[in-house]
Design a protein around this ligand. Structure first.
Ligand SMILES: Nc1ncnc2c1ncn2[C@@H]1O[C@H](COP(=O)(O)OP(=O)(O)OP(=O)(O)O)[C@@H](O)[C@H]1O
Length: 667
């Protein structure tokens, strides 16, 4: 309760009085201008004046004597910012158009270009050391300039205004959003004093990136919200799933566990979503009734867990478990909420819908640019795997998931390596990390789950197997392109018809890539050749990606200020109108909290000249951002009975808000 006893004078708010000393300051400046006995500034700065004997009108002390000390300038701001001195300082410049504008500061009159650099008595060579722009020299070398003048001029500066500059002296934060209003309010205040950029100030976004609202678009918001929501859904009761396996809990099946099931190679498999020890979502891909014969089979897991690629679902670990009541193999992958397999997204028959005005149930064909994007992403993932001596082995519509807008990832990588591990063909660590050259022999392909023993002379079993699996990746890739083009995964079984369909709906380039991948082994074929074939499409994809990044940046910009303003509003909510202090006038009618209360009125409860509420988000945003930044700019707060007026800076209000909040938090 100590803060209740805080004396009101503890705050630095000042009462408004008429700025009587403006006229005095002007007359003082005028008298200084007439003083021809003032010491020449060249003597002060350089120790001599080249024009001493050539008509310089200022006073030059005898050369032998020691130069007199610099004249004491008038203090720019009161050294002790006590209330009594602050009251007389005519610093406060009301920003509101309803308030009188401040007089044009004298420094602004003094720094006309001619007076600064075109004095006939100045020799440019005399300023060699000061050629670069320097604000203080600039003023010092004005015709009438001296330290006193500069000091006097500084008194008229609204420091809050100069805080709003970046390193280049550009205005960073117009007090109002409308730049025209800003310059109309400050017609004669050029900006020369450089202050470090205060990143917490509210900055008007560049016009080309100006967000249309202060929130991300509804579509993006809905998408992101749904993704988080999905992670929180609970499993249906009665599934009889283990509560926890190796630290993963809250298992939820991501596919139908009853009815007809497809096999994964020779095994049944089920995909679950689970929460890990770190609270993040994971996918557990369980292979039922798997017997691990060789611990070394998990070597592939190490390799895949080290692999990072944007189009490959990351494999974290794999283990065997009896928690499901059998001997299961579980591979743990990153969870990408609300994903669909390519099959579900493009091939699975949909409920009838209106297409071209007719009710149709045929799947909607994948647009060509989307197909190119898929081809590039899969080829990129494949290239990464092949460069590290591995094969994807999962280029299949049911094992590629769509995790975002046209964004695909290959899931289940590494699983086939464990399931089909054969110690006779297991690669050594060196072979695992070496680049696999394109296959030069016409060896038969190894199907997933049934690797064949290679026998090419000169090549190790492991190396040749790896090459064969990589060739198989390409064949699967070709099959996938045919399937997506024809919306039928058995499209390659009737190649002539499929080619006809492709020619009808897609460009010849897609057909060429599909045929290249699907063609028989025996030629020098590797995934790098695909990139050579599709160069122009790569450029297009890059452009699209950059557009996508820009779009997201703009979305981000619209929310940029919201988090800190939300925190500030929370503090206001905690401090203002506390019911337990409702009958205690000391809570909000005196001292710092009174100022917080008046500031809240200033921000939210203003009325116009007709008494109508001013509902201006720009005003609120500007005020709150300045408060959060703690600027030196001062505002005028009027009591509700309009009997007293307080002038207080944002910096001071910020201190009071923080102190009041800390008091509450400590209670
Ligand atoms: N990493 C992942 N993140 C999120 N969802 C995933 C992930 N991997 C797979 N899924 C989802 O899990 C579900 C089942 O995946 P699965 O690979 O078993 O596909 P499937 O079509 O059921 O194939 P199969 O019939 O061979 O089991 C799919 O809906 C898929 O989108």
């Amino acid at each position: 309760m100590a803060f209740f006893a805080r004396p009101q004078s503890a705050n630095a708010a000042i009462k408004i009085v008429a700025p009587t000393n403006i006229a005095e300051a002007h007359s003082r400046l005028a008298s200084k201008k007439d003083n021809t006995q003032r010491q020449c500034r060249n003597i002060l700065i350089y120790g001599s004046c080249k024009f001493e004997d050539k008509g310089c009108v200022y006073y030059h002390p005898p050369r032998a004597s020691t130069p007199p000390p610099l004249p004491q300038s008038q203090p720019t701001t009161p050294s002790n910012p006590s209330l009594s001195q602050a009251v007389n300082a005519p610093v406060f410049v009301p920003k509101s158009s309803t308030l009188p504008t401040s007089p044009t500061p004298p420094y602004a009159q003094a720094r006309t270009p001619t007076s600064a650099f075109t004095s006939p008595t100045l020799d440019a060579t005399e300023y060699d050391d000061n050629d670069h722009y320097d604000a203080s020299n600039y003023y010092n070398h004005t015709e009438e300039g001296d330290a006193d003048l500069l000091t006097d001029s500084m008194q008229y500066m609204d420091i809050g205004t100069y805080d709003m500059q970046d390193a280049e002296g550009q205005m960073m934060m117009p007090p109002e959003y409308d730049p025209h209003n800003y310059y109309a309010s400050y017609p004669a205040q050029p900006t020369f004093i450089r202050q470090p950029l205060h990143y917490h100030l509210y900055t008007h976004p560049p016009p080309n990136a100006a967000p249309t609202s202060h929130y991300v678009s509804p579509d993006l918001r809905a998408d992101l919200t749904q993704r988080s929501e999905t992670l929180l859904t609970l499993p249906a009761p009665g599934l009889n799933l283990p509560e926890e396996i190796q630290g993963y809990h809250t298992l939820v099946p991501l596919e139908n566990t009853g009815g007809e099931r497809r096999k994964f190679g020779n095994w049944y498999s089920t995909v679950y979503r689970a929460i890990g020890k770190d609270g993040k979502g994971y996918v557990l891909r369980r292979v039922e009734n798997f017997r691990l014969l060789h611990q070394a089979a998990f070597a592939a897991v190490d390799q895949w867990s080290r692999m990072r690629h944007p189009n490959i679902v990351h494999l974290h670990e794999a283990f065997t478990t009896r928690a499901f009541g059998d001997s299961s193999l579980v591979a743990v992958y990153t969870y990408h909420p609300n994903s669909l397999t390519l099959y579900d997204a493009h091939i699975k028959p949909k409920a009838p819908s209106f297409q071209n005005g007719r009710l149709q149930s045929a799947p909607i064909r994948v647009p060509e640019d989307v197909l190119w994007s898929y081809i590039i992403q899969i080829a990129s993932a494949m290239k990464k795997a092949h460069e590290t001596g591995m094969a994807l082995r999962m280029v299949d519509v049911t094992k590629i998931i769509v995790t975002g807008h046209n964004r695909i990832r290959i899931s289940a990588c590494g699983l086939a390596d464990i399931l089909t591990y054969n110690p006779a063909t297991a690669p050594t660590p060196t072979q695992q990390t070496s680049f696999t050259a394109p296959l030069s022999t016409s060896a038969p392909l190894a199907a997933v789950g049934t690797p064949q023993a290679p026998g090419a002379p000169g090549a190790s079993n492991a190396g040749l197997l790896s090459s064969m699996l990589q060739q198989e990746d390409l064949v699967m890739f070709g099959r996938l392109i045919f399937g997506l083009c024809c919306s039928n995964m058995a499209a390659v079984n009737n190649l002539p018809k499929s080619l006809e369909t492709m020619s009808k709906h897609y460009s010849a380039d897609i057909k060429n890539v599909a045929l290249f991948c699907f063609s028989k082994v025996g030629v020098h074929k590797h995934v790098g050749q695909i990139f050579e074939m599709i160069n122009p499409k790569l450029v297009h994809e890059l452009d699209e990606l950059q557009h996508g990044v820009e779009h997201l940046e703009n979305e981000l910009a619209s929310e940029l200020e919201n988090a800190r303003l939300f925190r500030l509003l929370c503090k206001f909510g905690f401090i203002n109108e506390r019911p337990e202090f409702a009958r205690d006038p000391r809570w909000s009618e005196t001292g710092d909290r009174y100022i917080i209360k008046l500031f809240r009125d200033y921000v939210f409860h203003q009325v116009d000249e007709h008494g109508k509420p001013v509902v201006n988000m720009t005003h609120v945003l500007t005020c709150l951002n300045k408060l959060d930044a703690g600027t030196d700019e001062r505002i005028m707060l009027v009591s509700r009975d309009e009997q007293s007026v307080l002038v207080v800076s944002y910096k001071e209000i910020k201190t009071y808000v923080d102190a009041a909040f800390m008091d509450l938090a400590r209670k």
